[in-house]
Design a protein around this ligand. Structure first.
Ligand code: APR
Length: 190
């Protein structure tokens, strides 16, 4: 069984296999969680990101790529590029946000990561409304879990909220899902 938990923490402090960064298409670093992750990981991360961009070109919105985590306690960073709110219609933006979570879980599965912590993709500088983003995040994770074998899935998934509002909204979404509502998902707030 995979547990999905919402926690209010700085994602850079977490000792998990993989943390999921809210990156930009050029993996150039930035502010918000991206800035915190680059600051914590050290300058080697920017070199790894530049190598990926040189090789593959810009990262598409909704896709995910993996780097090491440098000086952070995590083992890997999965960088995903969320949609910028207002650039596309709501339906397309929602699909792209869902794709971020699913692509990141694909990457985590390829890494055999057993614990994965997501930042709240697109809900900061990219302006995706938090009350819309939280249910998309939860349902993307649940549908990914339902579509994959237990052996391919991490045991623990953390939805990491930095701000109180995101924490409250995300916890309410998980609470609505109910404990043991599917055989794959256990919910817990913190
Ligand atoms: N740990 C966990 N979450 C954090 C942290 C942190 N240390 N710092 C910020 N956050 C949260 C914010 O509260 C927000 O809810 O991350 C969420 C995502 O916000 P942003 O980091 O602004 O990411 P996003 O909206 O996807 O915008 C991405 O911003 O920093 C740039 O390079 C990045 O261009 C990209 C854009």
């Amino acid at each position: 069984m995979t547990s999905i938990s919402v926690i209010r923490k700085d994602i850079t402090s977490l000792t998990v296999d993989a943390i999921v960064n809210a990156a930009n298409s050029g993996l150039r670093g930035g502010g918000g969680v991206d800035g915190a992750i680059h600051a914590g990981a050290g300058p080697g991360l920017m070199n790894e990101c530049a190598t990926i961009i040189e090789k593959n070109g810009l990262c598409a919105t909704g896709s995910a790529v993996t780097t090491s985590a440098g000086d952070l306690p995590a083992k890997w960073i999965i960088h995903t590029v969320g949609p910028i709110w207002g650039e596309e219609g709501e339906e397309r933006s929602s699909l792209l946000l869902s794709s971020c979570y699913k692509s990141a879980l694909d990457a985590a599965s390829n890494l055999r990561a057993d614990s994965v912590a997501f930042s709240a993709i697109s809900t900061g500088a990219y302006g995706f409304p938090k009350r819309l983003a939280a249910p998309i995040a939860v349902s993307a994770v649940c549908s990914w879990l339902e579509a994959h074998q237990r052996a391919e899935a991490p045991s623990s998934i953390f939805l990491v909220c930095f701000d109180e509002e995101n924490f409250r909204i995300t916890k309410a979404v998980l609470d609505r899902l109910g404990p043991n509502n599917t055989p794959l998902v256990r919910t817990e707030g913190q």
